[in-house]
Design a binder for this molecule. Structure first.
Ligand SMILES: Nc1nc2c(ncn2[C@@H]2O[C@H](COP(=O)(O)OP(=O)(O)OP(=O)(O)O)[C@@H](O)[C@H]2O)c(=O)[nH]1
Length: 836
């Protein structure tokens, strides 16, 4: 059809979220001049007739029930943007994409694609392509797309990526996490496009195949983790002194057969759990040690402490991890039968626990499906539940052992080797690496031995480059960056290039860093403070009264003064590492006028919150409004030499409760349920995240109150009928009669609640095995009904205020609520001006 002069293209047609099962007449009767059609979030199984809309430039068919690729799309030759994500498409016929010459943006994520059509390579205009969450094994066809700028292939079955895709295109954004990649390994991909480009160009010179597995030893204190690690390293039983507790994490390298193991021995004492999850990374092999002698079949707490706590934590972080349970101290049990009985008990309880988790997820999924029939769309959430139910942790049957016998050490060694060589359990321990990567790794290991750096291994990037150049002449900065990034990912070195202050610093001895951490994050911190000598105090120009205050503030307010941190760090460096170098102390430990590296790292890991000893709280602090620029308070007025708040040390909520008062029925409330459960330390990390944002705050054990513009928002950890949740509350403003409350109800309190909610969701993403369920409870006394929040993850700030369209909502027990008290809805009068 020729375009006439008076042709005025119509803008957009929106038919999203209407539960459509087929294209309605209104769509088919649309004038053919429509340019953009949104059919997202319906239940369409086909889109017959769509080819009539031949001027379409943008078509959104995401979140529908399409199982076949709609062939008619090939006739929409003007199409530039096509969304087809979140359907069940299994195959794309050949010949469609060769017709779509103008297509620039294609989103096909979250489908069931096993392969790509060959003619996709002919879509030369494509700039953006998202193929994440499919079953693709090969993406070679994409090599031909030389104009591609962004490519996402997360969570597929890719083992190799085509080199030309990186060497011949202008790709700037690329994500491939969650693939069993060997060429390049996932750890190289994590470094970004530049690193992958460097990898492929170095691979051209020469390559090597390495078999490497990160192995994490977890379990309660005294279970025997260090004993197994040391014994495997030596090939003989090694007795560990009872007084010699692992603090933090110990890292070592061991070669067993042709597999190179990186052992991470995690401390079993509870105080250290808080930092563990950061180091529990995908694809690792987990060895869970259980002391069989102290395990008590009859006491459910015993299973909880020794087994289920650990498995649940790993599962939340790495949902498809492989766990080998090793039962130690079998020699101290009451005979063979006792060992066998305990083994069977643990194996059975683990099976039941995993089954229960699955059943719980199914239950919540059915609830959501029921809600979906009544109210809104929950496709994202349903998919997440499905994904969690399908990706189950693999827990191998318990192997009992006596760590004091050489033959038992050999037995466990063979068992570990046998498991990692099982391709069904570990499909990708093999990695292809350029020769240069291996050479740099070996040279860094040699450097560690060098006396100049031994002990701390803190080096600048320049120093490393200069040192290595002595051995590898051609190595330059461009080579070293991606290789260090890779070595950081596999845990051989630590390099936080994203933290401005640490960009130039490389820790070639990761255990040094962990030793520094353990000085501050430890169970006996009060004892440590008490043990500070007079000389050590003098060095910090402090008196013993100050030390008493440090102890009192730690006990009473969970706050550790920066001066105390410096004293403890210096002491630990001198004692454990025999380092006594003032310049080094100043950089690592810090001074009265500048924070050292350790403080920066503790904050980076969200372990503590910078606190002020005499903080000028300002309840009038400017308000946060989504999408608007927000400036924090002028922090220059703060006393620089402050303190750190460790929320995990807090014992009660009295400070918070004093400020907040009683909960009231008319508080605006949102509840976020954690399924299957809340990760350890989640609430404390949320406190740190939120309080870094709202400088006026009060913190308690499991309550936290933040304030801005005289409005208070409380969030607290709760447990209701066995389900764990975080409740976010804001007191309603009470107005005099003449004020239009409806207008004021789009109050900043919702904005503040949403800030907390967004940060919470952001944090939860660090635990891929975690599902969240967000709802507003019915606030009538005694009513347990609630209103589930629909899929809102993808909604932008503006739409968030309109997630429910009706003015009133009624719970299943007949209680009516104004929608704006349940969801952040813009009242009509206000929404218009907002839109303007
Ligand atoms: N008799 C006997 N003793 C064992 C066995 N395994 C470990 N031990 C001893 O138990 C004690 C604790 O072992 P560790 O290896 O230090 O325990 P851990 O799990 O590393 O403990 P944390 O460092 O607190 O996390 C040590 O004295 C070991 O020698 C065993 O199978 N039999």
């Amino acid at each position: 059809m020729a375009q006439s002069n008076d042709f005025k293209p119509r803008e957009k047609s929106d038919f999203s979220r209407q539960k459509l099962k087929k294209l309605p007449k209104e769509v088919l009767c649309l004038s053919t001049d429509v340019l953009s059609l949104n059919l997202k979030n319906n239940r369409l199984k086909s889109v017959s007739g769509i080819s009539a809309l031949c001027y379409l430039k943008e078509l959104n068919l995401s979140a529908n029930d399409l199982s076949e690729f709609p062939q008619e799309i090939e006739e929409l030759s003007n199409l530039e943007i096509l969304y087809l994500s979140q359907n069940n498409i299994t195959k794309i016929p050949e010949g469609v994409f060769s017709q779509l010459e103008k297509l620039q943006f294609l989103k096909l994520s979250t489908n069931c694609l096993k392969e790509l059509p060959l003619d996709l390579g002919q879509c030369k205009s494509l700039r953006y392509l998202n193929l994440s969450n499919n079953h693709l094994e090969d993406v070679k066809v994409l090599e031909a797309l030389c104009g591609l700028k962004e490519l996402y292939v997360k969570n597929n079955k890719l083992t190799e990526l085509p080199s030309r895709l990186f060497l011949n295109t202008d790709l700037t954004k690329f994500k491939a996490d969650g693939n069993p990649l060997r060429k390049p390994p996932e750890e190289v991909c994590a470094g970004g496009v530049k690193s992958i480009k460097h990898y492929f160009s170095s691979l051209g010179i020469s390559e090597q195949c390495v078999r490497r597995v990160k192995t994490m030893f977890l379990g309660s204190s005294m279970a025997g983790k260090s004993t197994i690690c040391y014994s495997l390293r030596k090939g003989l039983p090694v007795e560990v002194d009872v007084a010699d507790r692992t603090v933090g994490i110990e890292i070592s390298e061991v070669q067993l057969g042709d597999v190179h193991f990186l052992f991470w021995d995690f401390a079993g004492h509870e105080e250290y759990y808080f930092t563990h999850h950061v180091f529990i990374t995908p694809q690792a092999f987990v060895i869970l040690t259980v002391n069989l002698a102290s395990y008590d079949i009859k006491n459910p707490q015993s299973f909880k402490d020794c087994v289920s706590f650990w498995i649940k934590n790993v599962q939340l972080r790495v949902p498809n991890a492989v766990v080998l349970v090793v039962g130690t101290h079998s020699d101290e049990c009451r005979g063979v039968e006792d060992v066998q009985e305990k083994k069977e008990d643990i194996d059975k309880k683990i099976r039941d626990m995993l089954q229960e988790r699955k059943a719980n997820l199914e239950r919540w999924k059915s609830n959501l499906e029921e809600d979906q029939n009544k109210t809104a769309q929950f496709s994202d959430q349903l998919r997440k539940f499905q994904h969690c139910a399908e990706h189950n942790i693999k827990v191998l049957d318990l192997v009992a052992m006596d760590c004091t016998k050489p033959e038992e050490i050999e037995k466990i060694q063979n068992c570990i080797l046998c498991q990692v060589n099982d391709k069904t359990l570990f499909p990708n321990i093999e990695k292809i690496l350029p020769q240069l990567y291996q050479e740099v790794e070996s040279s860094i290991k040699e450097l560690k031995e060098d006396t100049d750096f031994s002990g701390h291994g803190v080096m600048s990037f320049e120093e490393i480059l200069n040192e290595l150049k002595g051995k590898l002449e051609k190595l330059d900065q461009e080579d070293l960056q991606p290789i260090l990034r890779y070595l950081h990912q596999i845990g051989i070195i630590v390099w936080y290039e994203e933290i401005a202050d640490l960009k130039e610093t490389v820790f070639v001895e990761p255990s040094f860093l962990i030793k520094l951490f353990k000085t501050v994050v430890r169970h006996d911190l009060v004892d440590q403070l008490q043990g500070i000598s007079r000389d050590e105090l003098m060095e910090e120009r402090s008196l013993s009264v100050q030390r008493d205050k440090w102890i009192n503030d730690l006990k009473g307010k969970a706050t550790l003064h920066s001066a105390a941190i410096r004293v403890l760090l210096r002491k630990s460096l001198r004692k454990e590492l025999e380092i006594d170098d003032k310049d080094f102390f100043d950089v690592v430990v810090g001074t009265r006028s500048s924070d050292g590296m350790v403080l920066g790292l503790l904050q980076q890991f969200e372990i503590c919150l910078p606190a002020q000893l005499t903080s000028p709280l300002n309840p009038e602090a400017r308000d946060f409004v989504p999408k608007e620029r927000w400036e924090p308070l002028d922090t220059s007025v703060y006393n620089r030499d402050g303190a750190c708040l460790f929320p995990s040390h807090l014992k009660d909520n009295s400070v918070v409760l004093k400020m907040w008062g009683e909960d009231r029925n008319d508080d605006i409330q949102v509840q976020v349920y954690f399924l299957p459960e809340m990760p350890h330390g989640f609430f404390q990390r949320l406190i740190i995240k939120i309080c870094s944002f709202y400088p006026v705050h009060w913190v308690g054990k499991d309550h936290c109150l933040v304030c801005a513009s005289n409005r208070l928002v409380l969030f607290k950890e709760k447990c209701l009928s066995g389900d764990q949740l975080i409740e976010i509350r804001c007191k309603r403003q009470h107005h005099s009669a003449h004020v239009n409350t409806a207008v004021d109800m789009r109050c900043p309190s919702w904005d503040m609640i949403l800030v907390v909610l967004r940060r919470l969701i952001e944090l939860a993403q660090q635990w891929p095995g975690l599902c969240l369920y967000v709802c507003s409870p019915c606030t009538e006394d005694g009513c347990s009904d609630h209103f589930a929040w629909p899929d809102w993850k993808e909604l932008n700030g503006h739409n968030l205020y309109n997630i429910q369209k009706d003015d009133k909502m009624v719970c299943c027990n007949g209680h009516t609520h104004r929608t704006e008290l349940l969801f952040p809805k813009v009242p009509k009068a206000r929404s218009k001006s907002d839109n303007d």
